[in-house]
Design a binder for this molecule. Structure first.
Ligand code: HEM
Length: 532
C-alpha cells in the first residue's frame, strides 16, 4: 500500500488558497484596506471600532509560543518508512510486517542546547526524532545522533540541563558547550564521561542531517504476537555515510550561514535528493539479559556491535518539506511513550523519566491538552477517546463520554481480545522502594576508554583539541583540574595532552581518586539487589 494517508489528511487542513478570494478577517468578512488604520481625519487618533486593525495586531502579539526547553532549534521533513521483510518473529508492530506497506513519517532534527534562533553548526548532540503514522496509531522513536546519554537516571536531567544551558546571571554562552557550569557538573558526575567523549568528537559537528546516524539510545522491548519479549536497540544509518565538519569549518559556518544544516536539508529535498536512512536493530533475547558486562538498562553504555550485530530491517526516505515551519516543525510533539502494539519499554530509569517528561512539557508548550489534534500530530487512524474540552478543542464530540456506560451515545466500545489493542508487556517486578542505583551501572570509564581506543590518530587530535578549546574557557581552575582527573581514568595520555593544553597539573599516573569500585560481575542476584 503506497498511498500516503498522512498527505491525504494534511490536505483537509490546508488554509484556503489566497488566490481564490479576497483578504478577510478571522470571521470571514472581506477586507478592502489593510495599510491604514481607521482614524478621525487624516491626522487624527485611531478608533477603537477598527476591528480589522485590532484583530491584526492582537493576533500578531500572540504569535510566539514557548520554545522547547531543550532541542529548541530544529528542522523537519515528511517521508515514508518501508520494512525490508516481516519482523513478525520479534514484534507484532503492524508497520514492521509487510514490505509493500509504506508508513508515512515526520522527522525533526535538532540541536539540544541553543535557543530557537541559535546557529546550526555548534558542538552539540543532535536530535533525530521520527513520528511513524502507523495503521495502529502513532509510534515515536525519539533519538539522538549519539548512542549513549550523559546521565543514567532522569531525575538528574533538570540538573544536567541547568548546567548545560547558559549561566543564569548573564545568559552566556549560547551555542558552544564551553563554560564552567557544564564542566563542573560533568567532573562531579563521572557517568557523563562516555557521552563527553562523543561530544568532544567530530560526531558533535555533523556536516549534514543527511549524513548523520540516529540511535534510540535506550534498550526497548519488541513484543511478538504470543507476548514474547525481545530487547531491542534502534539504529538509523544514513545512506550517504556519516560525515562531520572540522571545527574551523563549523565555526565559519556559524558566522557565514547559521542555517547551514537546515538549509542543506531543505535544499536537498527541494532538489529531489531525498535523504535516506536504514533502520537497524540489535536484538537481545530476554534470557541473555545478564550475559553482558554492562547493564542493558544503563543508557550511558552501548552494546558493542561485535557482540550483537545490527540487523537492517527497513529504510526511510524523506521526500517532502513541510508547508509551514510553525504549524508542522514547531508544533510537532514527540513522546517516548507514544508506542504501538509490539513495542514496549524497559525499566531504564532514563527512559522511565522521559515517559513522564514529554507529555508534561508539551501541555505547557502547546497550550493545553488538545495538541494531539494538531494536523502534524494527528494519527492517520481515528482517535476515539472520552477526553473532552480544554483549550484549543477543535473536535465537535457528540454524546456521552464515560465508561462503563449503559446509555449509549458517545462512549466507544473497548477493543476486543483480537490482538489489535495495546497491552502492556507483563513483566514481573518486585523489590523494596529505594533510592539507590544498581552496582551494575557503576563502571563509568571502560566504554569511554573503548571509544578513545577506537579512534584514529587524527580523530584523537580533534578530540584533544576540542577538550582544550572547551576546557580552556573554564574559569574555575579546580573544575579544569577535576575534569582532567576524570580524563585520566579514561586514558592517561589523553588527560596529559589536555592538561598541557590548558595549563593544569596532571594527577599521578595510576592515581585512582575518581574511580569507583569495580562493578561486580553481572548476575541476576546483584542486578535485583534492593539495598537491603
Ligand atoms: C526534546 C526531556 C533525554 C531526545 C525534549 C524535550 C524535553 C525532553 C522536555 C522538549 C520536548 C517538547 O517540548 O516537545 C528529556 C528528559 C530526558 C531526555 C527528561 C532524560 C530523562 C533524552 C534522550 C534523548 C532525547 C536520552 C535521545 C535518545 C530528544 C529529542 C527531542 C527532545 C530528539 C526533540 C524532539 C523534537 O524534535 O521535537 N526532551 N529528554 N532526550 N529530546 Fe529529550
Amino acid at each position: 500500500m503506497t498511498e500516503d494517508r498522512k498527505e491525504r489528511q494534511r490536505d483537509m487542513y490546508r488554509a484556503p488558497d489566497p488566490a481564490e478570494g479576497p483578504l478577510t478577517t478571522d470571521q470571514g468578512v472581506a477586507v478592502d484596506h489593510t495599510d491604514d488604520s481607521l482614524t478621525v481625519g487624516e491626522r487624527g487618533p485611531t478608533l477603537m471600532e477598527d476591528f480589522h486593525f485590532r484583530e491584526k495586531l492582537t493576533h500578531f502579539d500572540h504569535e510566539r509560543i514557548p520554545e522547547r526547553v531543550v532541542h529548541a532549534r530544529g528542522a523537519g521533513a515528511y517521508g515514508y518508512f518501508e520494512p525490508y521483510e516481516s519482523c513478525a518473529e520479534f514484534t507484532r508492530a503492524a508497520f514492521l510486517q509487510d514490505p509493500s506497506v509504506r508508513t508515512p513519517v515526520f522527522v525533526r532534527f535538532s540541536t539540544v542546547q541553543g535557543p530557537r534562533g541559535s546557529a546550526d553548526t555548534v558542538r552539540d548532540v543532535r536530535g533525530f526524532a521520527t513520528k511513524f503514522y502507523t495503521s495502529e496509531g502513532n509510534y515515536d522513536l525519539v533519538g539522538n545522533n549519539m548512542p549513549v546519554f550523559f546521565i543514567q537516571d532522569g531525575i538528574k536531567f533538570p540538573d544536567f540541563v541547568h548546567a548545560l544551558k547558559p549561566e543564569p546571571q548573564n545568559d552566556i554562552p549560547t551555542g558552544a558547550s564551553a563554560h564552567d557550569t557544564l564542566w563542573d557538573f560533568v567532573s562531579l558526575q563521572p557517568e557523563t564521561m562516555h557521552m563527553m567523549m562523543w561530544l568532544m568528537s567530530d560526531r558533535a559537528i555533523p556536516r549534514s542531517y543527511r549524513m548523520m546516524q540516529g540511535f534510540g539510545v535506550h534498550t526497548f522491548r519488541f513484543v511478538d504476537a504470543q507476548g514474547r519479549g525481545t530487547f531491542v536497540k534502534f539504529h538509523w544509518k544514513p545512506k550517504l555515510g556519516v560525515h562531520s565538519l572540522v571545527w574551523d569549518e563549523a565555526q565559519e559556518c556559524q558566522g557565514r550561514d547559521p542555517d547551514f544544516n537546515r538549509r542543506d536539508l531543505w535544499e536537498a529535498i527541494e532538489a529531489g535528493q531525498y535523504p535516506e536512512y536504514e533502520l537497524g536493530v540489535q536484538l537481545i533475547p530476554e534470557e541473555d539479559e545478564f550475559n553482558f558486562d554492562v547493564d542493558l538498562l544503563d543508557a550511558t553504555k552501548i552494546i558493542p556491535e561485535e557482540q550483537v550485530p545490527v540487523r537492517p530491517i527497513g529504510h526511510m526516505v524523506l521526500n517532502r518539506n513541510p508547508d509551514n515551519f510553525f504549524a508542522e516543525t514547531e508544533q510537532v510533539a514527540f513522546h517516548t511513550a507514544n508506542v504501538v502494539p509490539g513495542i514496549d519499554f524497559t525499566n531504564d530509569p532514563l527512559l522511565q523519566a522521559r515517559n513522564f517528561s514529554y507529555l508534561d512539557t508539551q501541555l505547557i508548550r502547546l497550550g493545553g491538552p488538545n495538541f494531539a489534534q494538531l494536523p502534524v500530530n494527528q494519527p492517520v487512524t481515528p482517535a476515539r477517546t472520552n477526553q473532552r474540552d480544554g483549550y484549543h478543542q477543535s473536535m465537535i464530540h457528540k454524546g456521552t463520554n464515560y465508561s462503563p456506560n449503559s446509555l449509549g451515545g458517545g462512549c466507544p466500545a473497548l477493543a476486543g481480545a483480537d490482538g489489535y489493542a495495546f497491552s502492556h508487556y507483563a513483566e514481573r517486578v518486585e523489590g523494596h522502594k529505594i533510592r539507590k542505583r544498581s552496582e551494575s551501572f557503576k563502571d563509568f570509564y571502560s566504554q569511554a576508554a573503548l571509544f578513545w581506543n577506537s579512534m584514529s590518530d587524527w580523530e584523537r587530535r580533534h578530540i584533544v583539541d576540542a577538550f582544550r578549546f572547551e576546557l580552556g574557557k573554564v574559569g574555575a581552575v579546580h573544575v579544569r583540574e577535576r575534569t582532567v582527573g576524570q580524563l585520566a581514568q579514561v586514558d592517561y595520555d589523553l588527560a596529559s595532552q589536555v592538561a598541557q593544553g590548558i595549563g593544569v597539573a596532571l594527577p599521578e599516573p595510576g592515581a585512582n581518586n575518581h574511580k569507583p569500585q569495580a562493578s561486580p560481575a553481572l548476575s541476576l542476584d546483584n542486578l535485583q539487589g534492593d539495598g537491603s
